[in-house]
Design a protein around this ligand. Structure first.
Ligand code: SF4
Ligand code: FES
Length: 269
């Protein structure tokens, strides 16, 4: 039997954005980290650094996290200039130290976008996404006797696309990666996953108009087809959804403009 070889530990320097609050000045501070295992997650390394800071009566680095499984979308920060770091199709919590080399300096900063104001260190306020979601990211159904799940046929292609769009975890990486801080990929995913399903049809026009309007009001920029958003999306949501939303938006706008006076509620066919 061959004994397992010990994992080679290494050292890195974390260069982290520290800012006590939204009105305070911020700056990068270096934190050397030794004995880093390649099997450590990036967030575990931040935990270790924070343990050391706490023991020395220092202020721990504020960073957001919850599930640590790529589900909740809270672990948002930019690592070496890329939202969620060097991996593809992963959130920050799924990034492992084996992605880095001995002696690396790893630059970590919060998502930077006007609509995501800084709270502290690496934590930003992304409630603008909640506002967009609340503007139309729901369906209204009658409560009571629920129909059998299989009684409404859905074409396989639509079901697959809806599932792809529903994978969005609302992390905000698409906004942070975009030079315009556009939220089009997020909004397109939310609009599409409901708009592709039969249950989403009654409010389809109203939904896309309200969500796009709220997106603009929340201070997100416009899309200029750079596609940085889909390149960093941890759920690899394609920018094709943006084109789909633009079509939906144009149709809804047209119907809104030319709807008969008596038909006040809109709706898509
Ligand atoms: S579209 Fe992708 S990058 Fe944007 S919020 Fe959703 S999961 Fe995050
Ligand atoms: S902590 Fe939940 S997605 Fe990263």
């Amino acid at each position: 039997m061959v004994a397992p070889t010990a994992k080679k530990l290494f050292s890195v320097t974390l260069r982290i954005w520290r800012q006590a609050g939204p009105q305070q000045p911020g700056k990068f501070v270096d934190y050397p980290a030794a004995n880093v295992s390649p099997d450590m997650s990036f967030l575990e390394l931040l935990d270790v650094v924070n343990d050391g800071l706490t023991k020395d009566d220092g202020e721990p680095i504020a960073f957001a996290h919850d599930c640590r499984e790529g589900i909740c979308g809270t672990c948002s920060c930019t690592i070496n200039g890329k939202p969620h770091g060097p991996g593809k199709g992963i959130a920050t919590c799924q990034l492992y130290m084996r992605s880095f080399a001995d002696g690396d300096t790893i630059v970590v900063e919060p998502f930077r976008a006007r609509a995501f104001p800084l709270v502290k260190d690496l934590v930003t306020d992304r409630s603008a996404f909640d506002q967009v979601q609340q503007a139309g990211g729901f369906i209204s159904v009658r409560t009571g006797a629920a129909p059998d799940a299989n009684s409404i046929p859905v074409p396989k292609e639509d079901a697959d696309l809806a599932m792809d769009a529903a994978a969005c975890i609302g992390c905000g990486a698409c906004v942070a990666a975009c030079k315009n801080a556009s939220a089009m990929l997020f909004v397109a995913a939310k609009v599409s996953h409901l708009g592709l399903m039969p249950q989403g049809q009654p409010e389809r026009d109203k939904r896309v108009l309200a969500m796009v309007q709220m997106m603009d009001a929340a201070g997100f920029g416009n899309c200029t087809n750079q596609y940085e958003c889909s390149a960093v999306c941890p759920k690899t949501i394609t920018h094709d959804f943006i084109a789909r939303m633009n079509r939906d938006y144009a149709v809804a706008l047209f119907r809104e403009k030319f709807k008969p006076a008596s038909n006040a509620s809109g709706g898509a066919g």
